[in-house]
Design a protein around this ligand. Structure first.
Ligand code: G6P
Length: 594
């Protein structure tokens, strides 16, 4: 989604803004632009990639400026609709992330007052309102403008004749990066990692004035102090480190991510377990909310809990959850969200809090909005995930869920001890799959010729089938569906045949026999069948056209190894088809609008 950056200091702003925007590319965008204060405002923007913009743009000489990557919501991707957006006088420029819900009403009113609009964006009402209220103090004008606005926003406002930037935040992330005689503003930490690791996370309702030597934040007119945080991520973690794509790098980081996330728990176990409160304080059920890949992690968590916890667990897609009223008494709510900024997940969290639930967030981003809404946050230790399609954060989310559920489990002590031992071996099992990449590349070459693929799974591997299909469609643009194997007879069978391969995820658990029958039924209808199965499973080797061999693990951990294999399969299939991989068309890393 939209990314915003700002700089004020002693250096030339424009090259810094381009570099920060480059670091935000991963969020997904369709147009971009920069504006620099030079007495007037110099602005250059277009519906192009950042490299192209930087190449084509005139060089602006000024030390205060703002930049933006846009992911279109109101108005098509175009030069006019790209940010920064100006007021009528051309002396105020705004970059905005979020959605102004009453923009039409404000636009009609401002048009009636003589303001001319140059774009179709909801954002444009902001510079016009600031222009209307401006009387020498930019901060006061922004405050007055925001009083008229409903909706979500993270904004940076630049004025032609000022070396200050005014920032404001509501329901969209915004951080300030602190430097020496310079300060940065961004929607996201990776944008500024090249320059500083000291950040302030703004809260909803904050309005700030940022100059090169100072950051002043006000709330309801009163000045307040916001704590400075040290970012734990390094610049190197946010770079490709010799890999062709971030997605491949992030897949390969997974053994380390598992170790890090588990290592964290051994240090924090006692306290965190106590706080989550499952089974305590009269809590009787768990409700998980999430979107996208995080939803698949939550669904997997439900199966883990069904086996080890025996507490009723519900999993809801956050956007759907938000429409209905729910029975939430004695429920612990868990929100799973990599970015901690997904609008639907945040809305669900707020709703859960209002309903009196204890809300726990599982997120990868320290200081994210989810962590601030939640009563308690458990961090995944995956490091920055740059590829739009999630990989390592999914595995890290699973690790947190295994650990949490095992901590509360009343299962047989010997079984738990064995599981703990296996959990510790997971990094080396995942490494085995990574070492076996060549075999998966062969399968990917084969798959890349097709346009429709079914992934089937049962039990704990149903969410894996769904995640495998999601990865394939987002990376390779092949239409893929993840289906409950038993349901395929109720419709998908009509699509089987030589042009529709099926990928069957086979686990050695109570679903095994039924899955074998499904495979036979599918083969009988002529679909090419690739099975993911434990190495050395001769029965499957005989039945399937080909097998991706998976290291042996307890079936409860099979989602980890199976998903890693499917991530590689999606990656190499997309590569074979020449897809952009890290930045799939129309997708965004962090979906900050409903
Ligand atoms: C977007 C991303 C996905 C992610 C989903 C949920 O669609 O492209 O990779 O799974 O949002 O994001 P969250 O940050 O809440 O996990």
């Amino acid at each position: 989604m939209c990314g915003i950056v700002g700089y004020t200091g002693d250096k030339q702003a424009q090259p810094i803004l381009f570099n920060c925007l480059k670091r935000l590319e991963y969020r997904g965008y369709d147009s971009c632009g920069v504006a620099v204060a030079v007495g007037g405002i110099e602005l250059y923007k277009d519906a192009v990639r950042i490299e192209a913009l930087a190449k084509a743009s005139p060089k602006f000489k000024g030390t205060t400026g703002i930049g933006h990557t846009r992911w279109a919501t109101h108005g098509a991707p175009s030069r006019d609709n790209a940010h920064p957006i100006l007021d009528c006088t051309g002396k105020i420029a705004v970059v905005h992330n979020g959605v102004i819900s009453n923009f039409q009403e404000l636009r009609d009113q401002l048009t009636g007052e003589g303001h001319n609009f140059a774009s179709e964006t909801d954002t444009e009402v902001i510079p016009h309102l600031i222009e209307k209220y401006y009387d020498g103090s930019l901060e006061e004008a922004v405050t007055a403008a925001l009083n008229d606005i409903n909706g979500s926003y993270a904004i940076i406002v630049l004025a032609a004749d000022k070396s200050e930037l005014v920032v404001a935040k509501k329901d969209s992330p915004l951080i300030i990066g602190l430097g020496d005689r310079e300060n940065y503003i961004a929607s996201d930490v990776p944008a500024i990692l090249d320059y500083t690791d000291r950040v302030i996370y703004l809260e909803d309702g904050d309005i700030g004035v940022v100059t090169k030597n100072d950051v002043k934040i006000r709330r309801d007119g009163k000045e307040i102090a916001r704590e400075e945080h040290k970012v734990m991520w390094t610049v190197e973690e946010a770079q490709k480190a010799g890999y062709e794509h971030f997605f491949l790098k992030e897949i390969h980081e997974q053994p380390k991510v598992i170790r890090n996330t588990l290592g964290e728990f051994t240090r924090e176990t006692e306290q965190a377990v106590d706080l989550v409160g499952i089974g305590g304080r009269g809590m009787e059920s768990i409700l998980m909310v999430a979107c996208g890949t995080a939803y698949h992690a939550a669904l997997t968590g439900k199966y883990i809990a069904d086996e080890l916890l025996r507490v009723p667990v519900r999993v809801e897609i956050a956007s759907e959850f938000n429409y209905y009223s729910h029975t939430l008494a004695r429920t612990v709510a868990i929100a799973v969200t990599q970015s901690g900024e997904t609008a639907d997940t945040l809305k669900a969290m707020r709703k859960l809090k209002e309903a009196g639930c204890r809300v726990v967030a599982i997120t990868n981003v320290v200081g994210s909005t989810a962590s601030r809404i939640a009563d308690q946050t458990i961090y995944t230790r995956a490091g920055p995930e740059i590829s739009v399609a999630a990989s390592k954060t999914f595995i890290a989310q699973l690790m947190v869920l295994y650990w949490l559920i095992m901590s509360y489990s009343k299962a047989d002590a010997r079984r738990l001890a064995n599981l703990l031992m296996e959990l510790r071996q997971l990094p080396s099992k995942v490494q085995q799959i990574l070492d076996n990449e060549a075999e998966i590349i062969e399968h990917a070459r084969y798959l890349s010729k097709y346009e429709n693929v079914f992934f089937i799974g049962r039990g704990i591997n149903l969410p894996v089938a769904q995640e495998g299909a999601l990865k394939l469609k987002e990376l390779s643009y092949i239409h893929a569906e993840g289906y409950a194997a038993g349901e395929t007879k109720h419709g998908p069978f009509a699509l089987l045949g030589g042009n529709t391969p099926v990928i069957a995820i086979v686990a050695k658990d109570n679903t095994y026999d039924a899955m074998l029958t499904n495979i036979k039924e599918i083969k009988a209808r002529g679909s090419p069948l690739i099975a993911l199965a434990e190495e050395g499973n001769e029965a499957i080797e005989e039945l399937a056209d080909s097998v991706i061999a998976i290291p042996q693990v307890d079936a409860i951990f099979s989602p980890v190894v199976n998903t890693v294999a499917l991530q590689l399969l999606a990656y190499y299939t997309a590569k074979e088809r020449g897809c952009p991989i890290d930045f799939p068309r129309n997708l965004a890393k962090s979906v900050t609008v409903e």
